[in-house]
Every structure is written in structure tokens, then in C-alpha cells.
Design a protein around this ligand. Structure first.
Ligand code: CDP
Ligand code: CDP
Length: 217
């Protein structure tokens, strides 16, 4: 029997990772944060002193990806996220990372019965066969406020206007690119989390998955 795949897509700070981790725990599923792959490619390039790579250079970095970088503290830096969204617009980079993501969907690590992948194109490109596709959205203001609070919690000084501008720029790049743009699959459940707490989003998603699992014989 094939693994049960849950695809979670949506823009930056919509709450994808938070929801995916909660669901993975509740259902004992594996979890892959696909954004961390693009971030790791960006971090490798930054560490190599190449903040403005050509597509060929970025594709080479993606093909040689060191998965150890996905655990690096600098992965979450805004600079890494911004370059990640630049290299993510390069078709050859996306192709280099495709096989790895599909493999995880087909054969979840740890032999788990299911797997949750979060990103931008899981339901549209990476695994359109997924029986459950969730598309999380939230207003730019709500998402900027979340990132701001995260930084303040970490004791980092942050500028809300700058964060809002960076999120809006990343949204435009992610949704406007030609290859695998950010968009909801036709059969995705849309969840606007602007005014929903983490528990509310989790409860809705859990119900959707339980229903789908019941009907997937
Ligand atoms: O955490 P946040 O939502 O800010 O970003 P992320 O999920 O870590 O992804 C970083 C960047 O990678 C995004 O801005 C996207 O451009 C890109 N990405 C993508 O193109 N496709 C994916 N499946 C995942 C991430
Ligand atoms: O993975 P993604 O970039 O979509 O978002 P995240 O990292 O899961 O969530 C960004 C921040 O928003 C985290 O600090 C969450 O705790 C917070 N959040 C929230 O306040 N309300 C929600 N409904 C979901 C997430």
C-alpha cells in the first residue's frame, strides 16, 4: 500500500511548518520541509561567497546539496530565505531537487505510513496524486506580524515595515515565476489563517485528513 501523502502549500509565514509538525506528530507521519532544501542551496552559495549565482552555478549547488545544511542555524536567516526564493525561480534548480522530494513522498523515511510535505508546489508539481492538499494563506500583515514576533522572541531587533516589504517581494517572486509558481491546486482545501489560532488550523486539517483516510481504501 502506498504511503498517505499530505501536501501543504502556501506563502511565507502562512503557518505551513507549524501545522505540518503538529500533524506529523498526531498521525505519526514523516515530515519534509521542502523550503529547507531551497534554503540549503542558498546557504551553500552564500558560504561559497556567491550571493548572485547564475542558473548553472545554482543548479550545480543543488545537485551537490549537502543535506546537513538543512540543520544549520543560518538556514532561517532572511538573507538565506531571500536568496532561496531567487534560486527557486530557476528551472534547473527545481529539476535538481525534484527526485529527492518525490522519493520522500513515495517512500517516507522511517517506514512511516504517511508523510507530510510542505512548500509551494507540492500539490501542483511534486505530488499531485496526494489525497489531501491544503493551501494555507494569510494576509501579508498577519504574516509579517508573525515573523516579527518570532524575531522579537529570539531577542533580535526587527523592523516590521521591512519584514512586510520582504514578504511581499517574496510572494511576488514565488507567485510570478514561470516554473512551478505558488498557486493552489484545483482540488486543494483553502485555509485562510489570518484570524485563526494554531489549534484551530490544526483541528480543521486533522478532520480533513481523517475523512480522507477513511475513504481511502
Ligand atoms: O519559511 P518560509 O515560508 O518563509 O519559506 P520556505 O518555505 O523556507 O521557502 C524558502 C523559499 O524557497 C520560498 O520563498 C520559495 O521561493 C522557495 N520554495 C519553493 O519555491 N518551492 C518549495 N516547494 C519550497 C520553497
Ligand atoms: O512554514 P511557514 O513559513 O508557512 O510558517 P510557520 O513558520 O509555520 O509559522 C510562522 C509563525 O506564525 C510561527 O511563529 C507560528 O507560531 C505563527 N503562527 C500563528 O501565529 N498562527 C497560525 N495560525 C500559524 C502560525
Amino acid at each position: 500500500m502506498s504511503a498517505f501523502v499530505v501536501a501543504i502549500d502556501g506563502p511565507a509565514a502562512a503557518g505551513k511548518g507549524t501545522l505540518a509538525r503538529r500533524l506529523a506528530e498526531a498521525f505519526d507521519f514523516a515530515y519534509l520541509d521542502t523550503g529547507s532544501l531551497y534554503r540549503a542551496v542558498a546557504l551553500a552559495l552564500l558560504r561559497a561567497g556567491n550571493p548572485q549565482p547564475t542558473e548553472a552555478q545554482a543548479a550545480t549547488a543543488a545537485a551537490a546539496l549537502d543535506l546537513g545544511l538543512t540543520g544549520d542555524a543560518a538556514l532561517r536567516d532572511e538573507a538565506t530565505g531571500n536568496l532561496a526564493s531567487v534560486v527557486a525561480a530557476m528551472p534547473r534548480v527545481r529539476t535538481a531537487l525534484l527526485g529527492l522530494q518525490r522519493d520522500v513522498a513515495v517512500n517516507p523515511p522511517g517506514g512511516k505510513a504517511g508523510v507530510i510535505l510542505d512548500g509551494r508546489d507540492i500539490g501542483t508539481v511534486i505530488y499531485p496524486e496526494a489525497p489531501v492538499k491544503l493551501f494555507l494563506t494569510a494576509s501579508v500583515d498577519a504574516r509579517a506580524a508573525r515573523r516579527y514576533l518570532e524575531l522579537v522572541d529570539k531577542g533580535v531587533r526587527a523592523d516590521l515595515d521591512q519584514i512586510r516589504a520582504e514578504i511581499a517581494a517574496r510572494d511576488a517572486r514565488d507567485a510570478g515565476r514561470a516554473t512551478a509558481p505558488l498557486k493552489a491546486a484545483d482540488d486543494a482545501y483553502l485555509l485562510d489563517t489570518s484570524n485563526l489560532g494554531i489549534e484551530d488550523v490544526f483541528a480543521k486539517a486533522k478532520t480533513i485528513i481523517e475523512k480522507a483516510r477513511g475513504t481511502q481504501a
